[in-house]
Design a binder for this molecule. Structure first.
Ligand code: AMP
Length: 207
């Protein structure tokens, strides 16, 4: 299974991606995670990516496409993969179609009114788990692995506004792009819990 996970910031892509990858035994590839690892490692790509990420903008298409193209050449993706946060522009989608044959683009539709609170209240763990501060009851460590939780640097109101703007301008057109190819499935998240969203996602993927 070769999947794309599409959705506005705060739609819960990361949370659902972790679960989908585990259940369907496919590799989870998050371009955001790849960039953050590069920033942490102080690489040239990391230095370039940081200025765009901090501004809520897209890292240039060519750089991003090269990273994904290279990643999809690894042996571990032969049994399938899930692209989380890629493609994010029509250019990236066109490029992707030159080196990968995607089965389905799963679009997580979130209520725009909920996004700011969801993202600014997000606390993440290095293991990939993600929480909302309102459900932590004051705890500051990950329930799964015990590590200290932290707030992503780009999860602040100003950057979130820019990220939403970027999503609406650059990424939302991909919904029509994949619908026109009969490869789009939309799951409406509304106020559903992550468990409920995952059930809906599985119903789509099990078809
Ligand atoms: P994410 O973790 O998916 O929310 O991504 C965090 C940030 O990384 C985004 O706001 C972008 O600045 C950058 N990024 C992630 N994926 C892409 C992509 N496909 N194209 C360009 N920039 C990206």
């Amino acid at each position: 299974m070769k999947l794309i996970l599409l959705g506005a910031p705060g739609a819960g892509k990361g949370t659902q991606a972790t679960r989908i990858a585990a259940k369907y035994n496919i590799v989870h590839i998050s371009t955001g995670d790849i960039f953050r690892a590069n920033i942490k490692g102080g690489t040239e790509i990391g230095k370039l990516a940081k200025s765009y990420i901090d501004a809520g903008k897209l890292v240039p298409d060519e750089v991003t496409c090269d990273i994904v193209k290279d990643r999809l050449n690894w042996d571990d993706v032969k049994g399938g993969y899930l692209l989380d946060g890629f493609p994010r522009s029509l250019f990236q989608a066109e490029e992707l179609s030159k080196f990968a044959d995607i089965d389905l683009c799963l679009n997580l539709e979130v209520d725009p009114a909920l996004i700011m609170d969801r993202i600014c209240g997000r606390r993440v763990c290095a293991c990939g788990e993600s929480y909302h501060v309102s459900t932590l009851g004051g705890k500051t460590t990950c329930a799964k692995c015990g590590k200290e939780l932290y707030t992503r640097e780009d999860d602040n109101p100003e950057t979130v506004k820019a990220r939403l703007d970027t999503y609406n301008k650059m990424t939302a057109p991909l919904i029509d792009f994949y619908a026109a190819k009969n490869k789009l499935a939309t799951v409406v998240c509304g106020t559903k819990t992550p468990d409920e969203v995952f059930e809906a996602v599985c119903r789509v993927l099990d078809k």
